[in-house]
Design a binder for this molecule. Structure first.
Ligand code: F6P
Length: 536
């Protein structure tokens, strides 16, 4: 059934001037939150009331969400522009329950690869696997997009568990990235991992060649200190990496959903197989919850419906992800790929134009840093930005518990301030107390008004353990899926990245002066000429 979006926007319009604060009674905080174990998703500080929620839940029925969810977990080729199943969930299916693709159970292969990763990680971490100079001290992971963002984000997030070699990440084709990373590293004790599902991505292959040359200057058999995480076994062999150091995965694992399998190897090297497994277990628990919990209690569904309310209902074009957790510093970047590469589409599954705006612009930064940068606009700007706060009850620094208390207080204060705001009368009172009078008091007071009534959600968790990290990432993955289903789009292809890649390949010889740029537009040619003039 087609979704009737007009009802949603009409409902949102009706609530536009209603005070969120006025919705609160004794039950709202509990009623408008969903829990999964120790995880709490509070969406009571939004303008969603019972009627709006009913309307949103009805959208799930209209979009046949339950059947589509089952189709994903059941291995059906729901990524139909690429003819692929979508089964990153199989990578964390630790119980090994059969998952069938084209009549074959994929689980034995998944668990076998996980066991190989465990063995390799243990060997590297314990010093059984050595480089020319002995025990591996440093790992350099070369990958980009989904082959980089997830592992970087998780490695930083799990710093308290990091007891393996130092892990560095290189992604950008800008030579500065690899040069700055390799400087100071000893090639004789470095393991280089080439992470690329396709093993064709130009940035990764260029950096891989640079790393191989760097290694080859000192190490007699550089290939022996390389590993590959890829679906393209023929290409990893051509690169000179022995099969026992190649960890493969199937085409039903999308790049931005791939940190649960071989692409997660650098995380495993950093924190060890047990912590990595705990992360998988957290994600598996979220999968089970997503499949079994009633919609109202279902975190991914409710997180998605709040997103739909704000984006397609209220028309807010962006949303901010604001973790009050310094170690989640790369979560916003990770979610940008997850959400925007998945749901930044204009065409529905059937090829028709999307009738409403699709995925929002996702951005963010950890608190409290963001407070001193862009919160001004969030509080007083002309555009409303729904904010997604998240914070843990405790940190990992008991000796600095007072700092954690301050962090939490800031997080909760921001959502309160966004909702409550400050009226002109209150601002006048403040200015009067400061000694202002008359027209100047009025003028100064207006600058100190906070419109308030700005929506936010808060995700609470006990502590950022590997298990909780797994829950959070899987929560957002399934949120993206639910929003995609409601929008009727394919969340699992990414054709929008292709054109730029093609044009870059064609432009390279023009920039280097080997081709004349015939057919290029005047702007592009002028930009090329500038670069050529100044590169001489
Ligand atoms: O830029 C698009 C993309 O295909 C992403 O979806 C993917 O995560 C990234 O490039 C890297 O791809 P690969 O792992 O094949 O190098």
């Amino acid at each position: 059934m087609m979704i009737d979006w007009t009802k949603l926007s009409a409902a949102a319009e009706k609530t536009a001037d209603r005070s969120i604060l006025s919705l609160f009674d004794d039950t709202r905080a509990g009623d408008f939150s969903a829990t999964m174990g120790d995880l709490v998703f509070d969406y009571s500080k939004t303008n969603i009331d019972r009627d709006a929620r009913e309307l949103l839940l009805a959208l799930c029925e209209q979009a046949d969400l339950a059947a589509k969810r089952d189709a994903m977990f059941g291995g059906e080729p729901i990524n139909d522009t690429e003819g692929r199943a979508v089964l990153h969930t199989a990578l964390r299916n630790l119980t090994g329950t059969p998952v069938m693709v084209d009549g074959a159970d994929v689980m034995p292969g998944v668990l076998d690869t996980l066991a190989r990763m465990n063995r390799f990680a243990e060997d590297v971490r314990s010093g059984v696997f050595t480089g020319q100079g002995g025990k591996i001290t440093d790992v350099v992971n070369i990958g980009i997009g989904g082959s980089d963002l997830g592992p970087v984000m998780a490695t930083l997030a799990l710093a308290p568990y990091h007891d393996g070699p130092a892990v560095h990440y290189v992604s950008n084709v800008d030579g500065a990235h690899i040069a700055d990373t390799l400087r100071g590293l000893n090639p004789e004790t470095t393991l280089v991992i080439i992470a690329s599902k396709t093993f064709t991505t130009i940035e990764t292959m260029t950096n891989a060649a640079t790393a191989k040359a760097w290694m080859g200057e000192v190490v007699k058999d550089p290939g022996a200190q390389f590993a590959a995480l890829s679906s393209a076994a023929d290409k990893t062999a051509d690169f000179g990496i022995a099969p026992d150091r190649v960890f493969g995965f199937e085409d039903w694992v999308g790049g931005r959903y791939s940190l649960w399998g071989p692409i997660g190897l650098p995380i495993m090297l950093a924190v060890g197989p047990d912590a990595f497994r705990a992360m998988l277990a957290g994600a598996e628990a979220m999968d089970l919850h997503f499949r079994a919990a009633a919609p109202l209690e279902n975190l991914p569904i409710m997180l998605a419906l709040v997103g739909i309310w704000h984006n397609q209902g209220c028309g807010y074009a962006t949303r901010a992800v604001l973790p009050y957790e310094q170690r989640l510093v790369r979560l916003p970047a990770y979610l940008q790929q997850l959400e925007m590469e998945s749901n930044g589409k204009s065409v529905q599954m059937d090829g028709d134009d999307a009738p409403v705006n699709t995925g929002p612009v996702v951005w963010g930064e950890p608190g409290t840093n963001g407070q001193h940068a862009f919160y001004q606009l969030i509080h007083q700007g002309t555009r409303v930005v729904p904010c997604e706060f998240m914070v843990g009850a405790t940190g990992f620094e008991p000796e600095l518990a007072h700092q954690h208390t301050l962090l939490v207080a800031n997080c909760l204060a921001q959502s309160e301030a966004l909702m409550r705001g400050r009226s002109l009368d209150q601002a006048r009172e403040i200015m009067a107390k400061k000694g202002f009078e008359g027209a100047e008091l009025e003028r100064q007071a207006r600058h100190r008004v906070f419109p308030g009534n700005r929506p936010s959600t808060t995700l609470l968790y006990p502590q950022l353990t590997p298990y909780v990290l797994g829950q959070i990432i899987a929560l957002y993955e399934h949120r993206v899926f639910v929003e995609g289903v409601l929008l009727g789009i394919n969340s699992f292809d990414q054709w929008g990245v292709e054109l730029g890649k093609e044009l870059a390949l064609a432009l390279e010889p023009v920039v280097s002066g080997q081709a004349d740029g015939a057919g290029k537009d005047g702007s592009t040619l002028a930009l090329v000429r500038y670069i050529q003039r100044h590169a001489e």
